[in-house]
Write a protein that binds this ligand. Structure first.
Ligand SMILES: [Fe+2]
Ligand SMILES: [Fe+2]
Length: 341
């Protein structure tokens, strides 16, 4: 049974709407916007019926909070209010409501309109799923291309996505990251991670495949794979319907070589100015590069790679993410098929 969340500060109205809907839907009641947001995060309702005039947070503010939350923004919101003001109705629709119903609403009409919007929403989700499948296959093709070009890094993009997932899940359990990280954002990071080095497609083979260290000029060119990658992704994503993970993929591509101490590239961002997704990506990327054999270097053991990463706390990396790495390092070794000691 679909779940409808009804938000109204008037308890009598809540009970009345509940009795209109409860034969057809599972109904959850909330008497304030704040309470509704907590419930939304717990149960992810299929549709929201929202009152406009409420103390503390009114209907517009509540809807804005729902639409701001990437995990909730797809939930259709219907305003159910006693106002007849067409300006307010227009404003509600413009700000993301799918419908505007005046109360008291006739039960048949209310049920019918809810049904229409649930169907539309399900259809939208289906379309989004199709786009996601399509995009994932494009990402997989891109990732393969990067690997073929950057010949020595077989499996790098797939593994680093796994490492990002492990770190994000580890950080999710820590109080400081509860607001930024949840299953949804961790999933987006994992989807976006394989594109971190996409800009290398535009770096010459002479540099990308050069045996030995790069000279200064070559390194300057190599660094541009961050900016080039972000540009490429922005351009690609501008041609397809926007997806929440797009922005994250651009940030990861552009910022995965920034350093916590501000000495990274391309923008010398420092500390928390570096997007969290890129801070996580950089540890995943560096660990895999350290234990990997590259055209210019031998592989490092897992234990040595751990020592390097731990020594870069507050230099290259966010110390809190290094701590997450320390807690989860054995899973990194497992993915690489390396002994822990
Ligand atoms: Fe890179
Ligand atoms: Fe990489």
């Amino acid at each position: 049974m679909k779940n409808i969340l009804v938000i109204d500060d008037n308890l009598v109205t809540l009970q009345q709407i509940n009795s209109q809907l409860d034969r057809n839907y599972e109904v959850t009641l909330a008497k304030s916007g704040m309470q509704a947001l907590t419930i939304c995060c717990q149960i992810q309702p299929d549709l929201i019926l929202l009152d406009l005039d409420m103390p503390d947070m009114d209907g517009f503010e509540t809807m804005a909070m729902v639409k701001k939350n990437l995990a909730l923004r797809h939930i259709p919101v219907i305003f159910l209010t006693s106002t007849h003001d067409t300006d307010i109705e227009a404003k509600a629709l413009k700000n993301g409501a799918v419908d505007f119903i005046t109360k008291p609403a006739d039960t048949d009409i209310l049920l019918h309109r809810i049904e229409v919007h649930l169907n539309l929403s399900a259809y939208n989700r289906q379309l989004e799923d199709m786009v996601r499948v399509l995009e994932d296959s494009i990402i997989a093709s891109f990732s393969d291309m990067i690997e073929y070009r950057d010949g020595n890094t077989g499996g790098h993009v797939v593994r680093t996505a796994q490492f990002v997932n492990i770190l994000a899940k580890e950080l999710m359990r820590r109080e400081q990251f509860r607001n930024e990280l949840n299953d949804f954002t961790a999933g987006m990071m994992t989807r976006a991670a394989p594109l971190h080095d996409v800009g290398k497609i535009r770096i010459s083979d002479l540099i990308l495949l050069k045996p030995g260290m790069l000279n200064d000029d070559e390194f300057q060119i190599m660094k541009t794979h961050t900016i080039l990658g972000a540009e490429m992704l922005r351009s690609i994503f501008s041609k397809v319907p926007s997806q929440p993970y797009h922005e994250m993929a651009v940030l990861i591509a552009e910022c995965h070589h920034e350093r916590w101490d501000g000495k990274g590239y391309p923008n010398k961002l420092k500390g928390e100015d570096i997007p969290l997704c890129a801070r996580i990506m950089s540890i995943a990327d560096v660990y895999d590069a350290l234990v990997d054999v590259r055209i210019y270097k031998r592989p490092m053991s897992h234990a040595d790679a751990c020592r390097v990463i731990i020594s870069e706390k507050n230099n290259m990396f966010d110390h809190r993410i290094v701590e997450a790495f320390e807690a989860a390092h054995e899973r990194f070794a497992e993915i690489r098929g390396l002994p822990v000691t």
